[in-house]
Design a protein around this ligand. Structure first.
Ligand SMILES: *[C@@H]1O[C@H](CO)[C@@H](O)[C@H](O)[C@H]1NC(C)=O
Ligand SMILES: *[C@@H]1O[C@H](CO)[C@@H](O)[C@H](O)[C@H]1NC(C)=O
Length: 991
């Protein structure tokens, strides 16, 4: 920044002191003291007599003194220049919202005596809140949201004379909420949400804030009860105490807060019944008391209020939903899931209300689905799983074109699904599983262009699967098992390029597998067991590179087992009970696959006892004897060999001193190997990498399969050496539990953990082997130039999807804690998978915020800036690290390089962009015709590495943004390619 600053000084002539008035001079000094990369202050020049026409400046018209300064979102940076600003003696309003004001807020701010309105929200201020702020005699409005202020709220804050708004949301404040805040009786708004306060009670003194209209104490680590004194807050409109640990019942004085419009108490531990008299709260519109332990019935008087949103989910409410709820004219959100509610839904629910989101899942509701739910044409989500609803799907829902998510599973619904309902254009999730639906899938399903999840399992559906299913180009999962589907699979089904799961087991499907299944590029799981499908198993099946579950058992398949099947890495292979014949391919002719081919009398392999011969009935007796002799001889030989080998190994291993007797194996997938086999292969020549937590070995198993084995030493060993063995044990259990969770994760962009072996002083993690190594090595090694942009882009998207899965789809969410290019591994096709949860911990959310970690997490250059203050790790820190990986992909540079000096890659990118432009940032090895694409991805990287955690997009959003980029790139020929390189007319200026 410094050179730019000097440049500015040089270009702008020194002020000609005579013309500008005193306030103008002060502002001019302000301008010079700040960094202004966007030249937001370019209109601030000294030609004028006064600054009143300058951008962001408002004057008192009578004497041209500056009264207001509003520079929101101007991208100016630098410390807060109190001594300069406080020379503006008549300045009443100061708005620097959303800039990069940094360093501490100086106590001298109290010299700005005239200030009434101060908005410094969304900046980079750090350090303590200056106690002198309360010396500002006229201050009414103070907003410091979204900074990095730390320490406690000063006691002096009790002394504010006129303060009406105090907002300290999203800072790093600790200590507890001081009772003395109850003295600021002028206060109308008290917003302290999302600070890492220590556990503390809500001071009952806050009930003295008789003028309070808004109180936000969300996620403030509050414990104890809601004070009864809150009944005195007669003007309170908005009360938010969500995401705390409050307990006890909701005080009956709540019903005295007669102005209350919105109440947010979700995710606490409140119990007991809702207070009587809620009908008095006539202003109440939005109620969220979800995720507590409340019981009793939902009061009728509450439902008579003209509510807009009612969230009572995850409590223990029982009884019926009062009919009166159907009369709320503005109700758009009704979420009651996971309670113990019974009876019917009001039959006219939705008739009067613009319902958008309805979730009554996991209750004991019965009766029919109200036909009026979508009367107002706004319904987007209708979730009713795990109840006892019966009857048909009302025909009116077939006209509900707004629907996006529909879950009717696990009820007693029956009859045919209305034809129009199959084809709703915006539905992406349609779940009808475990009901008694009948009839067939209507051809109208062709219209459901957004459908990605279709679950019809366990019903009485009949008829063939219509050809139109092939039109659903977004379909990712089609589960129709346990029905009575018949006919052949439609030829068009191979067009489902997004399909990951196809489960149609237990049906009556016949015919043959369609031709062209190689286009199922994303297919992970195919289960067609227990059908009547015949013909050959196509060779193409070997090209489904991500397939790991294949079950074709109990069908009529004939012919040979295709040799291409050996290309697959399957967790499950079942082709038993068909009519397969011929020789098994050698890699499948192994004991571990013994059960995979049972009941195929014509099938032969050299290992086997399954082989029932080729009609050599006569010779059988004789050959049986020969065979026995041969087998016995082989067994004796093999046993001898094994004995000798193990003796030899034991001798060799005595040096390694691994206490093998104590090994325990924990496996998560069907394994084709034992722990011994792996242990015996851990030689120094097979080391392929080593990181902070241990060495990584490449192990080729006797089955020909290759795995990567990570051997963890270090931390665990030390733990054991400490005197507190007990503690070590506990740690071990935590480790096991965690590893078990990780082992269960299955996602195409996450490296599979096959198993974990443990002894007292060493742990082995066995992963799938990734032939192309890590992204870090590929990118920064000599081969970096080989990774062209489409490959890099794909890697970014893959890794983002993996992380998004960890953050959003795992319960509880998993924070990786060490995202870096060395932990992103590349498979044979340069598909990327996220690896190494060596330091990842399962975050204990249950909504109580993130847990602090005492160990340093992360790697140099990837660590989010807030970590330095907070030592807290959460999803946002992963997102920062992922942003660094994007910057690596774009720049081709390492996160830390000597050339950057003090800076890391993130700082380097920011400054280089500022000073030299984007050409100097992009990796020169990349084809310049991709520049537009690269810039868009670079933008995403910059967003992810934003210094304020709240400005970083969630991983799910990152995936979306990356995909949007893709749609632009693939629209011409259907694959990712530099299409506009040939198209000079559109992009001539780029190339
Ligand atoms: C501030 O306003 C007062 C009252 O209008 C005026 O007398 C005084 O000169 C102003 N100060 C400046 C620096 O202009
Ligand atoms: C504030 O104004 C006074 C004159 O009124 C001047 O002497 C002083 O230098 C100014 N302070 C700053 C920091 O500009």
């Amino acid at each position: 920044m410094l050179p730019l600053f000097l440049l500015l000084c040089f270009l702008i002539p020194p002020p000609t002191v005579i013309s500008l008035n005193q306030d103008g001079l002060s502002l001019y000094k302000f301008k010079l003291s700040m960094n202004d990369p966007d030249s937001s202050l370019s209109s601030w020049n000294d030609g004028a007599a006064h600054p009143c026409s300058w951008f962001g400046v408002t004057c008192d018209p009578t004497n041209t003194s500056v009264t207001e300064l509003d520079l929101s979102s101007s991208n100016i940076a630098g410390p807060f220049p109190a001594s300069i600003l406080c020379n503006l003696t008549n300045l009443t309003t100061l708005i620097l919202y959303n800039n990069s004001i940094n360093n501490a807020l100086p106590p001298e701010i109290s010299l700005c005596r005239s200030l009434v309105h101060v908005d410094l929200a969304q900046n980079l201020l750090t350090g303590a809140l200056p106690p002198t702020l309360s010396d500002l005699p006229n201050l009414r409005y103070l907003d410091l949201t979204g900074n990095n202020f730390s320490g406690v709220i000063p006691d002096s804050f009790a002394n504010f004379q006129k303060l009406e708004v105090l907002s300290l949301v999203y800072n790093l404040l600790d200590g507890t909420i001081p009772a003395s805040l109850g003295n600021i009786t002028t206060l109308k708004m008290l917003n302290l949400s999302y600070n890492p306060f220590s556990p503390g009670r809500i001071p009952p003194e806050l009930g003295n804030l008789a003028n309070l209209e808004v109180m936000w104490l969300t996620q403030c680590n509050l414990v104890g009860v809601i004070p009864g004194s809150f009944g005195k807050l007669k003007k309170l409109r908005d009360l938010d105490l969500a995401l705390n640990n409050l307990e006890g019942s909701i005080p009956s004085s709540l019903i005295e807060m007669t102005s209350l419009k919105q109440i947010e108490l979700y995710n606490n531990s409140l119990s007991g019944e809702l207070p009587r008299g809620m009908g008095n709260l006539t202003a109440l519109r939005l109620v969220d008391i979800a995720m507590n332990r409340l019981s009793g019935t939902i009061p009728d008087e509450l439902c008579r209020l003209p509510l807009e949103s009612l969230n009572l989910y995850q409590n223990q409410f029982e009884g019926e939903l009062p009919e009166s709820i159907a009369n709320s004219l503005n109700l758009y959100e009704l979420r009651l899931f996971a309670n113990k509610l019974t009876g019917k839904l009001p039959s006219n629910l939705g008739k009067n209300a613009p319902l958008r989101w309805v979730d009554v899942s996991n209750n004991q509701f019965s009766g029919e689905i109200p036909a009026t739910l979508c009367e107002n044409g706004k319904l987007e989500e209708l979730l009713m799983i795990y109840n006892s609803f019966s009857g048909n799907i009302p025909a009116s829902l077939g006209r509900c074109r707004s629907l996006m998510r529909v879950r009717f599973g696990f009820n007693r619904l029956s009859g045919e699904v209305p034809a129009a309902f199959w084809g709703l254009p915006h539905v992406y999730l349609l779940e009808l599983a475990d009901n008694s639906f009948s009839g067939s899938i209507a051809k109208t399903i062709a219209g459901a262009g957004n459908l990605s999840l279709l679950t019809l399992s366990k019903n009485n559906f009949t008829g063939p699967i219509p050809e139109e299913i092939g039109w659903l180009e977004n379909l990712e999962e089609f589960s129709g098992n346990d029905n009575m589907f018949n006919g052949s699979l439609p030829a068009s089904i191979v067009k489902l390029g997004q399909l990951g799961t196809l489960d149609l087991h237990n049906n009556k499907i016949s015919g043959e597998l369609p031709i062209g299944i190689r286009s199922w590029k994303k297919l992970n799981e195919i289960n067609l067991a227990n059908n009547e499908i015949g013909g050959n198993v196509p060779d193409e099946i070997g090209s489904l590179s991500v397939l790991n579950f294949l079950d074709l058992s109990n069908n009529q398949f004939s012919g040979e087992v295709p040799a291409e099947l050996q290309n697959l890495k399957l967790n499950r292979l079942n082709m038993s009970y068909n009519h397969l014949s011929g020789e098994l391919p050698p890699m499948l002719a192994k004991d571990m696959y013994m059960t995979s081919f049972l009941g195929n009398p014509g099938l032969c392999g050299d290992w086997n006892s399954l082989c029932n011969g080729r009609d050599e009935a006569k010779a059988r007796g004789y050959s049986w004897l020969l065979r026995m002799i041969f087998i016995i001889a082989t067994v004796v030989f093999v046993v001898g060999l094994v004995w000798f080998y193990s003796k030899y190994k034991n001798f060799k291993r005595s040096k390694r001193a691994i206490d093998k007797s104590r090994w325990t194996l924990m496996s998560f997938h069907k394994l084709g190997f034992g722990e011994d086999e792996i242990l015996n292969c851990l030689d120094d020549d097979s080391v392929i990498g080593s990181g902070s937590s241990g060495k990584v070995y490449k192990v080729v198993l006797t089955s020909g399969e290759v795995v990567a084995v990570k051997k963890l030493w270090g931390g665990i060993k030390k733990e054991m050496e400490s005197e507190d063995i007990e503690k070590g044990g506990v740690q071990d259990n935590a480790f096991d539990a965690e590893v078990e969770t990780l082992g269960k994760i299955r996602h195409k962009n996450i490296v599979k953990l096959w198993c974990c072996c443990t002894t007292r002083d060493c742990k082995l993690l066995v992963y799938e082997y990734m032939p192309n190594g890590s992204l870090g090595d590929s990118l920064h090694g000599s081969k970096g130039g080989l990774l062209d942009w489409p490959t890099r882009y794909k890697i970014a998207l893959d890794a983002a999807e993996g992380l998004s899965y960890l953050h959003h789809d795992c319960v509880p969410p998993i924070v990786h804690r060490d995202v870096k290019s060395n932990n992103i591994l590349l498979d044979a096709d340069f598909g990327a998978r996220v690896a190494d949860f060596g330091v990842a911990k399962v975050v204990e959310t249950n909504g109580k915020g993130t847990k602090s970690m005492s160990v340093i997490a992360g790697s140099c250059g990837y660590i989010a800036p807030e970590y330095a203050y907070t030592l807290r790790v959460n999803e946002k820190s992963d997102i920062y690290s992922f942003g660094v990986v994007i910057l690596e992909l774009v720049t081709g540079r390492r996160p830390v390089e000597p050339e950057f000096g003090e800076k890391d890659l993130v700082r380097w990118v920011y400054t280089t962009l500022d000073q030299k432009g984007v050409e100097h940032v992009i990796d020169s090895r990349l084809d310049s015709c991709y520049k537009d694409d690269i810039c868009r991805v670079l933008d995403i990287g910059l967003m992810c590495t934003s210094s304020l955690p709240i400005n970083r997009p969630a991983m799910r959003r990152v995936v979306k943004m990356l995909q949007e980029n893709q749609t632009k790139a693939i629209k011409k020929d259907g694959k990712l390619s530099p299409y506009y390189c040939d198209d000079a007319s559109d992009h001539g200026s780029v190339a």
